[in-house]
Structure formats: structure tokens, C-alpha cells
Design a protein around this ligand. Structure first.
Ligand code: FES
Length: 138
């Protein structure tokens, strides 16, 4: 514990007080090359700490591209909610020519697409769509 205490109470304050941080704005222009070099490590450390805090606590930035934090939400909010896993078995022989299967989980005709993805795409600026299974023409 003495080691940690020494770092926090002595080493870090001594290091910070030794940094060539000027008292005035104009003092930044009077710093030499080695002064700027000595400011690089604490600057990088501070920038990393701020960035890490931003990523960890950023509000729901979603897909803004700035925040990399994944906000994990349920995908299925309406289809057979009482089941642990929604599984559908469809015999390929039962598909006449082609069938469109929902991948957005918004269809009222699950597991088939009913076009509900269009409303979702418009509201969320998304690009969801069905998977279409078709028979080969003989
Ligand atoms: S309704 Fe879900 S993909 Fe079309």
C-alpha cells in the first residue's frame, strides 16, 4: 500500500508540477521543443482517459459512428413472445413458386414478409428486407 500511496501522493504530483505548463496563454508560444515533447505523454494519457470515458458512458449515440458502444436491445418484440426460441419449420415442397420470409421481426404474417419492414426502414433509416426463396424454373 505504501507503494501506491507514494505514487499517488508524491510521484504523480511531482511529475505534474514539473511539467512546463505556462501560466499565461502567451507562454505556450515561448515553450521549447523539449518542453512540447515532455507534454506529449500526459496529453496522450488525458486524451485516452477522456475517450475511454466517452465510449463507456456516451448516451445512446446509436449508429452515429462516433460511439462504438453497442446498445443491445431485443430484436423480437412481438412474435410468439412466450416461447424461448422462435423456430419455424417450412417444408420446401410447400412453397409453390417463391416465398418471402421476414427478417425484420415486424411482420403480422410471421414467418412471411408482409411489407412491415418498409415502415420500419422509413422510421429508422434502416435497410431491412426479406429473404426470398424461389424454386428453380425447370
Ligand atoms: S415484414 Fe419483415 S422483412 Fe418484410
Amino acid at each position: 500500500m505504501d507503494f501506491l500511496s507514494s505514487i499517488v501522493k508524491t510521484t504523480i504530483p511531482n511529475y505534474l508540477s514539473g511539467l512546463p505548463i505556462p501560466n499565461t496563454f502567451g507562454g505556450w508560444f515561448k515553450l521549447g521543443f523539449t518542453d512540447y515533447l515532455s507534454l506529449i505523454p500526459p496529453t496522450l494519457f488525458t486524451a485516452g482517459a477522456v475517450y475511454t470515458a466517452y465510449v463507456a458512458f456516451c448516451p445512446a449515440a446509436g449508429n452515429s459512428g462516433i460511439c462504438r458502444r453497442k446498445i443491445i436491445k431485443r430484436v423480437n418484440n412481438k412474435i410468439r413472445m412466450d416461447e424461448a426460441k422462435v423456430v419455424d419449420m417450412i417444408d420446401i415442397e410447400d412453397i409453390s413458386e417463391k416465398a418471402a420470409f421476414c427478417r425484420c421481426w415486424k411482420s403480422k404474417n410471421w414467418p412471411y414478409c408482409d411489407g412491415s419492414h418498409g415502415e420500419h426502414n422509413k422510421e429508422c433509416n434502416d435497410n431491412l428486407g426479406p429473404v426470398v426463396v424461389s424454386r428453380k424454373q425447370k
